[in-house]
Ligand binder design. Structure first.
Ligand code: ZN
Length: 196
């Protein structure tokens, strides 16, 4: 499934100084650094999922559980990247964080679309709000709050808000970043979440 998501999401950043083979190796490293949840954690979360989605098939419930608990190991990704190319660690971390955020959110989006085909549930772009939070994510949060009155917005609305914020930011500072689904900016620490 990870590979399928990744094939639709080529690297967000333009690698002017990285060869195609390095880029391909990075993809391998990132997809191989996805950590499945422990059995105990999985069993506990599966109960919550079964309460949230009582009519979903067992297979769907299990897939949602993986989506909620699975995560990437950033230190592992960065360590492996360092073996492939001589590059500034900050840049490697930025690639790892940006890519894993996008992959995780895209996977969740697919699971949410499957379990909520009518688009009735509410979602937000959840994460820390501190000195490192970007202007984009602050603005996304402000708009989601305003539109959803604190209860989140539909998946479609959330995506439109994110697109609009990123497009405005791109025009303002003429960045080389390209908007990709669920990548509002580099180094984003936020995640797509269903609001319950
Ligand atoms: Zn962010």
């Amino acid at each position: 499934m990870l590979r399928a998501i990744y094939s639709r999401n080529p690297f967000w950043e333009s690698f002017s100084n990285l060869t195609q083979s390095v880029s391909e190796k990075f993809k391998e490293i990132i997809t191989q650094s996805y950590m499945a949840p422990t059995e105990d954690a999985f069993r506990a979360e599966l109960k919550n999922v079964q309460e949230d989605y009582p009519t979903a098939s067992r297979e769907r419930q299990m897939r949602i559980t993986y989506g909620r608990l699975g995560k990437f190991s950033l230190p592992r990704i960065i360590a492996e990247m360092k073996k492939v190319v001589v590059e500034d660690v900050y840049r490697l971390e930025r690639i790892a964080r940006t890519e894993t955020t996008a992959i995780t959110a895209t996977g969740r989006e697919q699971a949410f679309q499957e379990t909520d085909p009518a688009g009735k549930n509410r979602y937000d772009w959840f994460g820390p709000l501190d000195a490192r939070t970007s202007d984009e994510c602050r603005e996304i949060e402000r708009r989601v709050q305003a539109a959803g009155k604190g209860k989140g917005v539909t998946l479609k609305e959330l995506k439109e808000i994110m697109k609009s914020v990123v497009n405005t930011a791109n025009q303002g500072r003429r960045t080389k970043w390209q908007l990709r689904d669920w990548s509002p900016h580099a180094n984003c620490r936020r995640v797509l979440r269903r609001v319950v």
